[in-house]
Ligand binder design. Structure first.
Ligand SMILES: *[C@@H]1O[C@H](CO)[C@@H](O)[C@H](O)[C@H]1NC(C)=O
Ligand SMILES: *[C@@H]1O[C@H](CO)[C@@H](O)[C@H](O)[C@H]1NC(C)=O
Ligand SMILES: *[C@@H]1O[C@H](CO)[C@@H](O)[C@H](O)[C@H]1NC(C)=O
Ligand SMILES: *[C@@H]1O[C@H](CO)[C@@H](O)[C@H](O)[C@H]1NC(C)=O
Ligand SMILES: *[C@@H]1O[C@H](CO)[C@@H](O)[C@H](O)[C@H]1NC(C)=O
Ligand SMILES: *[C@@H]1O[C@H](CO)[C@@H](O)[C@H](O)[C@H]1NC(C)=O
Length: 431
């Protein structure tokens, strides 16, 4: 039994115990540029004996009077600290590497006095008194809140199990961004520079959404080619300039979003709406740009050439100004539209907003000619030509009137059927 337990215990993972725990850094007063008292609490989990050293990295701290020039290092034993029965302190100024991370590697060394043994689990409340004239060059956030904690503690004791430990907690030092409403929740604060770093979408990460206030609360709006601007030359149509909301809307700076004037749409108001009758193109069409329409072989005018690129190649530019700004409705159709075999040269729904509907087409029952045959027939707009078996729309078979609101025929006397393509009574085939 005992042996079994022993075997089991050997299999259990060994919990790694850190050299230090319960680390907390306090700075009084928590201001920059004035002499401070530093208190560092820590529990040392190992035995320390004479000549072991505890090192503490204290970035942004300097003994050089607060400026960029590092001060004189303080040799071992000359720092004013407690508990001086345990430690002799030494101060090594860090390098003023960059304004982003000043005095990054300032290091406090605590030499355990020769004759001293510090038992494991001793809690140390170390104080470095104000009279040392140590200052904080620039502010920092509470360590608990920051990701880039650079405050470390470690020891060179031979009992040490690990390398450097992040100090778990620290006070916040300096004003941070309190003067800028703490970045309005739309940015993080660079405590050292006391400057807001706005989040993506609030001034960073977007080419257009530039921040226009130091607290990230106001944003510029998306830009588009101006619908109207003062021309700068004889050939400038006034559309070359990229302006907020394309000069066709108001910028709501708190959201960084455009509120477009009637008739304009898109995040930068860069497009015209299709038809301004409630829903765009009603229930019977799609709203497409000129560029998209040009690539459809069922869009009007029919050309049978959907490889055309709208507005391409004009005076060196790849696209004309209205390439993606102007839109139109491509109306739905129950029948296939186009110049091909079996396709019809007009669509069922028509009109700017596709609100009108064509009536059924058919062959005139009183005529031998086939009015629905559009082989080799040029379209009404005069661009494309129908291929073999292409269809013309012969509305109500030429024997009725169409109600374009409903798309239904009212047939003349003697004719019947949805397309009036049936003879009734004694009407006769003529011609
Ligand atoms: C800080 O780093 C610089 C090099 O980056 C080095 O010259 C200097 O000795 C270091 N200071 C301390 C206190 O570690
Ligand atoms: C720790 O560093 C001190 C000072 O450099 C040295 O005297 C001591 O031997 C070192 N301790 C260990 C265990 O290396
Ligand atoms: C110092 O501490 C280590 C590790 O705890 C221990 O093994 C060693 O005996 C100690 N040395 C002295 C001189 O007390
Ligand atoms: C189709 O469009 C291309 C490119 O615009 C043009 O070069 C070609 O002549 C057109 N073909 C017809 C049949 O219209
Ligand atoms: C025009 O199109 C060509 C090829 O697609 C491209 O290399 C060029 O950068 C474009 N120029 C502009 C001004 O967009
Ligand atoms: C198409 O029409 C043209 C001119 O109207 C004519 O010359 C040609 O023969 C016709 N082609 C066919 C296949 O009917």
């Amino acid at each position: 039994m005992g042996r079994a337990w022993a075997a089991l215990l050997l299999l259990l993972p060994v919990t790694r115990c850190a050299d230090f725990s319960d680390t907390h850094l306090y700075v009084t007063p928590s201001n920059t540029q004035e002499a401070v008292e530093i208190q560092l609490d820590f529990r040392i989990t190992r035995r320390l004996n004479g000549s072991d050293v505890v090192y503490v990295q204290l970035p942004k701290f300097t003994i050089g009077g607060g400026g960029k020039t590092p001060g004189e290092n303080v040799p071992r034993g000359e720092l004013i600290l407690s508990p001086s029965v345990y430690f002799e302190g030494q101060w090594d100024e860090g390098a003023f590497d960059s304004t982003a991370d000043p005095f990054r590697n300032t290091t406090l060394s605590l030499y355990v006095r020769e004759e001293v043994r510090i038992p494991p689990n001793t809690v140390v409340n170390l104080r470095l008194y104000k009279s040392n004239d140590i200052r904080v060059y620039c502010g920092f956030d509470d360590v608990e809140d920051t990701d880039d904690d650079e405050f470390f503690i470690w020891t060179n004791s031979s009992a040490s199990k690990d390398g450097r430990f992040s100090i778990e907690k620290s006070d916040r030092v300096g004003n941070g961004c309190s003067a800028m409403s703490d970045c309005a929740g739309k940015g993080s604060c660079d405590f050292c520079k006391e400057r807001c770093m706005c989040y993506t979408g609030h001034g960073s990460g977007d080419s257009y959404r530039q921040v226009s206030s130091i607290d990230c609360s106001l944003l510029e709006c998306p830009v588009g080619p101006a619908w109207g601007a003062i021309p700068k030359s004889a050939i400038d149509g006034g559309h070359d300039e990229l302006v907020m909301c394309s000069n066709a809307g108001e910028c709501l700076m708190e959201q960084g979003e455009c509120e477009c004037f009637d008739g304009f749409t898109g995040e930068a108001c860069q497009r015209r709406v299709c038809a301004n009758f409630g829903a765009e193109c009603g229930d019977h069409g799609q709203c497409l740009t000129m560029h998209q329409l040009a690539m459809r072989d069922d869009a009007f005018p029919l050309t049978g050439n959907a490889s055309a690129t709208y507005g391409a190649g004009v005076s060196g530019a790849n696209k004309t100004w209205d390439f993606e700004t102007m839109q139109g409705c491509l109306c739905d159709s129950d029948w296939a539209v186009g110049l091909g075999d079996g396709e019809t040269q007009v669509a069922e729904y028509f009109g700017a907003d596709c609100s009108r509907r064509r009536c059924p087409s058919g062959r005139d029952p009183s005529s031998k000619a086939d009015g629905t045959d559009c082989s080799n027939v040029t379209t009404p707009e005069g661009y494309g030509v129908g291929s073999k078996h292409n269809k013309c729309h012969y509305e109500c078979s030429g024997r009725g009137n169409c109600d374009y609101g409903r798309g239904t025929c009212s047939c003349f006397a003697g004719y019947a059927g949805a397309a009036c393509d049936r003879l009734i009574g004694n009407a006769a085939v003529v011609g």
